[in-house]
Write a protein that binds this ligand. Structure first.
Ligand code: SAH
Length: 200
């Protein structure tokens, strides 16, 4: 079974930590009352599109021989880079959940008394959680040496990211107005904007 191979064990450990972080924050925010909920067909489709790459295909690859036809081998340096990317991704995933606190949600939502978070990792970039998922998508490709299980998150997340971010920023502008527009001028989406004026 693939699970007995060292890089797959490294991936599985990261995979368990990733879902554990999500689970902890789902429990912490489950009682929050929502003021706005944009769970339309597009949003549901994008979230559902993430399931094969983030869950189903890695599990099939690790625990069954069914995806073996798509296996390949990479130079040893690649899964090492994947391991570092995975550690950074998990750290950023946890930090962004922690900084958003009660304001976090899986889908596009605003809770009652929603607060604009500009502290912690949000001081530098507007989408650290999405940055962490991008990193995760590449780490998965570098660790799981199988075309299907390794590389299926990246296209699904690309669709999610490019559709979600403009809608999310629009929602934040509607809610927070100039406060969010100023924050946008001071931060990058995934990468800090070093040339910005003074920080908030
Ligand atoms: N795009 C962010 C947050 C993802 S979670 C990131 O990648 O880190 C999605 C929810 O977070 C959205 O529904 C929105 O309500 C909320 N959100 C996004 N940015 C926020 C911010 N700076 N402060 C408070 N809430 C925010």
């Amino acid at each position: 079974m693939n699970i007995l191979q060292p890089w797959n064990i490294v991936f599985l450990i990261g995979f368990v930590i990733y879902y554990r972080i999500r689970h902890v924050f789902i429990l912490r925010t489950k009682d929050e009352k929502k003021e706005v909920r944009r769970m339309d067909g597009l949003e549901k489709g994008l979230l559902a599109g993430m399931a094969p790459g983030t869950l189903l295909l890695p599990v099939l690859y690790l625990f069954t021989p069914w995806l073996a036809f798509a296996d390949y081998r990479l130079p040893i340096v690649v899964p090492w880079i994947g391991t570092v990317a995975m550690i950074v991704s998990l750290w950023l995933f946890w930090r962004s959940h922690s900084d958003l606190g009660q304001n976090w949600s899986v889908s596009l939502e605003l809770r009652e008394n929603h607060e604009l978070v500009t502290r912690g990792v949000y001081r530098f970039i507007r989408h650290p959680m999405y940055a962490s998922i991008w990193l995760w998508a590449f780490a998965q490709g570098m660790l799981l040496q199988n075309w299907l299980a390794g590389w299926s998150v990246a296209p699904a997340f690309a669709a999610m990211y490019f559709m979600r971010v403009p809608r999310e920023e629009q929602l934040m502008c509607e809610k927070f107005g100039d406060q969010y527009r100023t924050y946008m001028r001071q931060t990058g989406r995934l990468w800090p904007r070093w040339t910005a004026g003074e920080k908030a």
